[in-house]
Ligand binder design. Structure first.
Ligand code: FES
Ligand code: FE2
Length: 410
């Protein structure tokens, strides 16, 4: 005989999935294309687009903020990022050949420098009498920390490419190790060049210290460090250029751990060491929007020895790629939790709670910056002279005694 679940009250009736209307992504938070509020805001900053070592004299197609572009390095060593359709008659510069001075379109040989300037039109009289006026659409690129950064916003608003104090003034024996294309430290997470969900789902996770207590300390086993099993007291704070949290944990023998983590506009993270080793954080991450449904992570670590980005060992010493689908279900990690939200999460279905106040604050602050851009202002973290463009990172794991007072921990 079939058993039915007895209906006890009206609230239970209403919670039937039959009555559920699917929610929608927040249109402001979810779109990165040109002309959209977040798209225009993101275009006011520099974004890493590739590892410097990936940019060679073989042209490649890249996607950033929903735009497809051709990226190459001319034979003089300068990186270039051009609109791919040749301004002459539209052939893709992906099929162009790179020369000393730029890239030459395969169809009729127009040669473009990395700043789009047409240098030669071989089928035209005298190599193109009007070539000086011909300019392929282009974006500025700069190299730093072993990464190639692109600026895709209004040229008159181009800021200085920022520096991060923890990646500067390297001492003898130190170097910067970088990774790109993977999913944070899970470098082997996806076979696709881009991680298949919305960039914000990955970036805002930085301001979610509570998931470490559950996801990374129970579901995935002790993934990072034993002491993440302790539920922290957390204080979130809007700071100039982003949002930080301070999470306190009482440890054995009267010791206390203060973990400070930073999310900086528009998509930067400075995550303290995840093994809870003491001291200032040494990583900078960029959670770059490829389009509305994909992102690419880039990370740079100040270090004395390589191997900072070796794939995590997840379960039974296996890396994520080596896990079966069933093992991923049994021991889910960040990818499962964030991809599980969907390609673009349905913000309208969320029920933010006390532990989400970091997420709520980050989104609020981000929307404030978007509004500033819409009103013609400059968003936080954008600077136009070198002296101001040094970002001070507060992140770290700081060990004190339990007598050390905590400010306003909630
Ligand atoms: S289409 Fe590129 S040179 Fe003609
Ligand atoms: Fe996580």
């Amino acid at each position: 005989m079939t058993k039915t679940i007895p209906i006890v009250d009206a609230a239970q009736l209403q919670s039937s999935a039959y009555h559920h209307t699917p929610g929608h992504p927040d249109p402001v938070l979810s779109q990165v294309g040109k002309g959209t509020p977040t798209g225009e805001y993101l275009r006011r900053y520099w974004h890493p687009i590739a590892l410097a070592s990936e940019v060679t004299d073989r042209p490649q197609m890249v996607r950033l903020l929903g735009e497809d572009l051709v990226l190459f390095r001319d034979k003089s060593g300068r990186p270039g990022l051009l609109y791919p359709r040749c301004m002459h008659r539209g052939t893709s510069l992906f099929y162009g050949h790179v020369e000393e001075e730029g890239i030459r379109c395969c169809y009729h040989g127009w040669l473009f420098a990395v700043d789009g300037q047409c240098l030669n039109q071989p089928c035209e009289p005298e190599g193109g009498l009007r070539r000086d006026a011909a300019r392929q659409p282009w974006y500025p690129v700069e190299e730093r920390y072993g990464l190639v950064f692109a600026y895709m916003g209004p040229p008159e608003k181009k800021p200085v490419l920022p520096r991060y104090d923890i990646l500067e003034d390297l001492e003898e024996g130190e170097f910067i190790e970088i990774i790109g294309g993977g999913f944070a430290g899970y470098a082997d997470h996806v076979d696709e060049p881009h991680v298949p969900y919305h960039w914000l789902q990955n970036w805002e996770n930085i301001m979610d210290p509570y998931h470490v207590y559950v996801l990374h300390s129970t579901f995935s086993g002790i993934q990072f460090a034993e002491n993440f099993k302790i539920l922290p007291r957390v204080d979130f704070e809007a700071v100039d250029g982003g949002v930080i949290y301070r999470a306190w944990r009482d440890l054995d023998e009267g010791k206390k751990l203060e973990r400070v983590n930073s999310a900086l506009f528009p998509n930067v993270s400075a995550i303290p060491m995840i093994d809870l080793s003491p001291g200032q954080g040494r990583w900078i991450g960029w959670h770059v929007a490829v389009d509305d449904q994909h992102f690419r992570g880039f990370f740079a670590a100040r270090t004395r020895k390589p191997g900072n980005f070796a794939p995590f060992k997840m379960h039974n010493g296996k890396s994520w790629k080596e896990l079966s689908e069933q093992e991923k279900q049994d021991y889910p990690g960040d990818f499962e939790a964030q991809y599980g939200q969907g390609r673009v999460t349905l913000h309208g279905e969320e029920h933010l709670a006390t532990s989400d106040r970091g997420i709520a604050l980050l989104r609020r602050q981000m929307k404030q910056q978007i509004a500033i851009v819409q009103q013609g202002g400059d968003p936080a973290g954008v600077h136009f002279n070198e002296a101001e463009a040094l970002v001070r990172i507060r992140s770290g794991n700081f060990y004190t005694t339990s007598d050390t007072p905590e400010p306003s921990a909630a």
